[in-house]
Design a protein around this ligand. Structure first.
Ligand code: AMP
Length: 124
């Protein structure tokens, strides 16, 4: 997948945004929804997504408004604090496109914490 792929409104996060499937919501505002990852990889694992239809980090950075971009970053800090990892630290991951191993084609940022997260990357 690459950033110029057309947005697929059938993706699972689009369905969550439309209320068609449930999520474990941790934060919401005008531009952002955040919820717990359904298959947590750490004691704390949340996803922060823009409400706008952006495929990837690349797409978001190229097309989103300054307000949307700021809202995602503000939400990350708010969610990290609400989930109690603001002081202990956490890892942010935004898998983007094929080489980034992105599985859900709606831009999202993972917040991973609640325990040491280990080395930054391990290449195959
Ligand atoms: P990525 O590989 O960065 O695209 O990650 C997609 C993430 O979405 C994975 O960590 C999944 O566990 C998570 N995920 C998939 N479906 C759901 C869902 N219905 N609710 C919450 N998280 C989900």
């Amino acid at each position: 997948m690459s950033y110029d792929v057309k947005y697929d409104s059938g993706n699972v996060f689009a369905k969550i945004l439309r209320g068609e499937i449930p999520c474990s919501k941790v934060y919401e505002d005008q531009h952002v929804l955040a919820f717990k990852d359904i298959r947590p990889q750490a004691k704390v694992h949340a996803l922060v997504i823009p409400k706008g239809a952006y495929v990837s980090a690349q797409d978001f950075g190229e097309k989103a408004s300054d307000q949307e971009i700021a809202a995602v970053q503000r939400a990350i800090s708010k969610v990290a604090k609400d989930l109690g990892v603001d002081k202990t630290g956490y890892r942010l991951i935004a898998n983007s496109g094929a080489h980034g191993h992105q599985e859900v084609p709606h831009y999202h940022v993972h917040i991973l914490g609640g325990q040491p997260i280990g080395k930054m990357v391990s290449l195959p």
